[in-house]
Design a protein around this ligand. Structure first.
Ligand SMILES: [Zn+2]
Length: 92
């Protein structure tokens, strides 16, 4: 007859405590940062500042040209200068 079961620690308060601590450790390691607002705050600020800086530096307006006659702004899609209406020769 054996009434005692070795290995079943749920009955002992010490074991229960240990299990709770292990669970908390697991949760923290899973992706639940404890108390660390300092580093987190800096990281958030950095992210907020980044997007505008990226938007500020777009690709140079490669399709913007100047009319050879009036030096007005023209695009390659224009066959004639919108300012002086001179014909734009893109091919040569
Ligand atoms: Zn022009």
């Amino acid at each position: 007859m054996g009434g005692r079961i070795k290995g079943q620690e749920s009955q002992e308060p010490r074991a229960v405590k240990r299990r709770a601590a292990t669970a908390a450790k697991k949760a923290a390691a899973k992706g639940a940062p404890p108390a660390d607002p300092g580093g987190l705050k800096v990281s958030t600020e950095s992210i907020v500042v980044d997007p505008p800086a990226k938007k500020k530096a777009p690709a140079a307006p490669a399709q913007q040209y100047h009319c050879a006659n009036c030096l007005g702004s023209v695009t390659k899609s224009d066959s004639h200068c919108p300012t002086c209406e001179v014909r734009l020769g893109w091919e040569g």
